[in-house]
Design a protein around this ligand. Sequence first.
Ligand code: ZN
Length: 183
Amino acid sequence: MDSPKFLRRAEKKLKRMQKALSRCEKGSKNRAKARKKAARQHAKVADRRRDWHHKESTKIIRESQAVYVEDLAVSGLGRTRLAKSVHDAGWSAVVTMLEYKAAKHGRYFGRIGRFEPTSQVCSTCGIKDGPKPVSVRQWTCGDCGTVHDRDINAARNVLAAGRADRPNLWSAGKTGPRPGTAP
Ligand SMILES: [Zn+2]
């Protein structure tokens, strides 16, 4: 889920305003003005991001019978770079939207635990190719030679794990229709 251009632009503008604010002399009128401006832009970015999350999550739920998400356990990531990017993307907000929209529209919703190394396993041949830094966006499987987009490959693994896990989730009393009633 890449953020749209208008959102990235608004975020860039906010960063510029925050920089300008930090350059203003403390207690000055200009600083007060710059702070107000940055606060307004901050609210604008938050609004737009929320709108976009709503649009995306509604689209996903409309187009799918079942939705599986990887539980990124954001708190466990602490202050790592990955945690920051997860927070910035509002991942937990999106997961919450997906969950209640799935319930509302009668879609299946399942979470995949952290123990699945979804970004390390080749979704084509299933070999575990080893850990990769977050900066690696594309990689080639050392075994079968498939070229993977990191996120798409991980999403495929999440989907496969979700499907395999679904009867267990259901019998464990999780929400969703009985297995087999939806594709
Ligand atoms: Zn492979």
